[in-house]
Design a protein around this ligand. Structure first.
Ligand SMILES: [Zn+2]
Length: 258
């Protein structure tokens, strides 16, 4: 197996030579910003139990009740929001922004709902599972900032189409908003290099993107603490934290581009 430095160099070369690189990012990068994972030791679901798998149905059955509970949130929901509120982007998030500004990274697809890519400055971003700081109309799919929608009467309604408004984070049982799903599929099929960061990409729909990219001939780069089902299919594998390794890769890409 090639040495660690060799893998970093290989990853940088693939990115520097790419015409259209896309990143697919998962929870690993958020964990490095001290947002606890859902599963495993220290995970929120391990502590509070699995969340309601019928989340979206319950919202639809009683949106007013759902919003009242949301506003007085406690336990799992409170801890998650408190933690996300306190979290800051790490060097991995900023490295992705840097790659975007260098013109190498054309799009970032994230599975994370914590807003850290936006705070870091990513501009070409698809949040496939939504963003906990935003709201969304379930009829026309328009997204809103929290302060754009009046909460005087619950449930809130869309100013455009009068549809029901919910938090933007995709709930269990809720379909991924079609616009973002279509865009991600398009980006995955367009790319010739996919950078997989902190994701095992085993959960649909993210799981489909590396296969689509691969089928279209894209190279795959993995940056992950752990081995994943995709590791063997990757052209470069960097086994370690993204906050340390993405900046190293970016530095070398810069060297290749001058
Ligand atoms: Zn609407």
């Amino acid at each position: 197996m090639a040495g660690f430095g060799e893998e970093i160099r290989r990853a940088a070369r693939l990115l520097a030579d790419s015409r259209y690189a896309v990143a697919l990012v998962g929870a690993g990068i958020s964990v490095e910003s001290e947002i606890p994972p859902f599963r495993g030791p220290g995970g929120l679901w391990t502590k509070y139990g699995e969340p309601d798998m019928r989340g979206y149905d319950r919202f639809l059955e009683d949106p007013k009740g759902w919003w009242e509970t949301y506003q007085q949130r406690e336990g799992y929901a409170k801890e998650l929001m408190d933690t996300i509120n306190a979290a800051r982007p790490n060097a991995g998030h900023y490295a992705l922004v840097e790659l975007e500004r260098m013109g190498v990274l054309k799009h970032t697809i994230t599975q994370n709902v914590d807003n850290l890519h936006c705070v870091a400055g990513s501009e070409r971003l698809s949040e496939i599972h939504g963003n906990v700081f935003k709201l969304r109309c379930i009829s026309c799919n328009r997204r809103f900032e929290m302060d754009e929608i009046s909460m005087e009467q619950l449930p809130p309604h869309c100013p455009d189409c009068k549809g029901l408004v919910k938090t933007d984070g995709v709930m269990f049982g809720e379909p991924i908003p079609p616009r973002v799903l279509d865009l991600c599929q398009e980006e995955a099929s367009k790319c010739d290099c996919m950078l997989l960061v902190g994701t095992s990409a085993t959960v649909y729909p993210a799981a489909a993107f590396p296969s689509v990219a691969r089928r279209e001939g894209a190279s795959l780069i993995e940056v992950n603490l752990y081995e994943t089902p995709l590791s063997d299919a990757c052209d470069a594998v960097i086994r370690g934290p993204s906050a340390e390794n993405l900046p190293r890769i970016v530095e070398q890409v810069r060297g290749f581009l001058v």
